[in-house]
Design a protein around this ligand. Structure first.
Ligand code: C2E
Ligand code: CA
Ligand code: CA
Ligand code: CA
Length: 279
């Protein structure tokens, strides 16, 4: 038994080392990708639930590696968070997204809002507001057209710092959305302290609609209470017409999901908008 214990220990130790070195490798490669400009931004449509009109897009980062191809954010955002590289990455995405929508304006596309994800690390950055102002000024985009998405869990863990940051963002005139809402056990009454415009209902509550009664009731409660607090609600991860019908019936304001489109490279999004079928 003793020998077995030692083996278990050694195995554990080795796998820790493997995980650590893999992380270090990702960090080194990501640092290089940032320098070489290998990050791209894809855009997923967001629609008005009553009119079906395209109202905005969410900017979602992708890493185009020359050898590995397209790497999804789940495989590098956590490392970027831990190492602080997320500050530079986030700023690149923000600047690029603002410039992109401003360019679409000039091309005569309908004026779209653009939603950009902010990480916990960025919320703790005292220069965040200045950086956002810089991106707005550089692109000429009206502040109102920028929506900053902050996850409910970031808000809960950074509550004190976030309060000041959100007040600063409000001062800039941008909109704020709470992402992945419903997963973090915060009460809506608590959220009232923050200056928020949107709640994004997490995909996990949407995926089993309309059959799952718990999810249906929960979503209904979120919509009802959010509206009472003057917030708008956007459902994410909508994949079926039945889900969309149900969310429409509940009075949701907006939606996004594969039923309309996955996140697309900018040229592909424009091509779809201009095609005869539309989105
Ligand atoms: P998120 O902010 O919750 O983004 C929504 C994710 O759900 C996206 O995954 C999107 O492709 C996916 N999605 C959208 N509609 C559907 C659907 O109908 N069904 C399913 N199954 N999935 C759908 P993606 O692009 O892989 O991004 C994953 C996460 O990575 C994001 O989750 C966000 O937390 C993070 N992320 C992406 N880009 C950035 C960024 O620029 N900055 C930061 N801080 N985080 C980012
Ligand atoms: Ca998001
Ligand atoms: Ca989300
Ligand atoms: Ca469920």
């Amino acid at each position: 038994a003793k020998a077995e214990g030692r083996n278990t220990y050694r195995y554990y130790n080795q796998s820790l080392t493997a995980a650590a070195s893999e992380r270090l490798e990702t960090e080194t490669r990501l640092r290089r990708a940032l320098e070489l400009d290998h990050l791209e931004v894809f855009y997923q449509p967001q629609l008005d639930i009553t009119t079906g009109a395209l109202t905005g897009v969410e900017a979602l980062v992708r890493w185009r590696d020359p050898e590995q191809g397209l790497i999804p954010p789940d495989r590098f955002i956590p490392v970027a968070e831990e190492t602080g590289l997320i500050d530079r990455l986030g700023q690149q995405v923000l600047e690029r997204a603002c410039l992109q929508v401003a360019a679409w304006d000039r091309d005569g596309l309908p004026a779209l809002d653009v939603a950009v994800n902010l990480s916990a690390h960025q919320i703790g950055d005292p220069r965040l507001c200045a950086k956002i102002r810089h991106a707005l000024e550089r692109s000429g985009l009206a502040p109102r057209r920028l929506v900053l998405e902050i996850t409910e869990s970031t808000l809960m863990t950074q509550a004190e710092g976030a309060l000041g940051t959100l007040a600063g963002l409000k001062g800039l005139g941008v909109q704020v959305a709470i992402d992945d809402f419903g997963t973090g056990y915060s009460s809506l009454a608590y959220l009232k302290r923050f200056a928020i415009d949107w709640l994004k209902v997490d995909r996990c509550f949407v995926q089993d609609l309309p059959e799952d009664r718990n999810d249906a009731e929960l979503t209904q409660t979120i919509v009802y209470m959010a509206h009472n607090l003057g917030l708008r609600v956007l459902a994410e991860g909508v994949e079926t017409q039945a889900q969309l019908d149900f969310l429409t019936h509940l009075g949701c304001d907006g939606w996004q999901g594969f039923l309309c489109s996955p996140p697309l490279p900018p040229q592909e999004l424009v091509a779809r908008l201009e095609s005869r079928e539309g989105l």
